[in-house]
Design a protein around this ligand. Sequence first.
Ligand code: CA2
Length: 142
Amino acid sequence: MKILIINGPNLNMLGIREPDIYGRKTYDDLVEMIKEHCYKVSVEADFKQSNHEGDIVDMIQQAYYDKVDGIVINPGAYTHTSVAILDALKATGIPTVEVHISKVDEREAFRQISYVSYYAKKTITGKGFDGYIEAVDFLVNG
Ligand code: CA2
């Protein structure tokens, strides 16, 4: 099974600022943690991060041609604005889990809208980095 893990804008800054919201670990720590888990559950994992909406659309479209079996996506702030990312996911038909590190439901009103959630099979919020592990397991176990 082949899974693509996409992180959107500013998630490359993890561990650098706002540790009370996003924790002290870095993006590289996140990738390592997911890699280790994927190895244990025999999943082939590919990781991508971009600060650009169009790049994320391109990554999602490419996942279709690469015959990716599942997508784990934290679209960052594009969660709350991007119909383009929603449409790209819909176009691929690839099972997708949406992850948010923070408790978006308890933050500003604008963070409580998610376009991606119109397509995602599951949305995991407020579980920190563990949310990504839960997302992988959800895709593996169907
Ligand atoms: O909780 C999440 O995972 C978010 O998707 C993170 C996004 C935010 O816009 C969403 O509303 C919720 C932002 C990620 C920003 O990450 C930073 C990390 C360190 C320092 C500053 C920002």
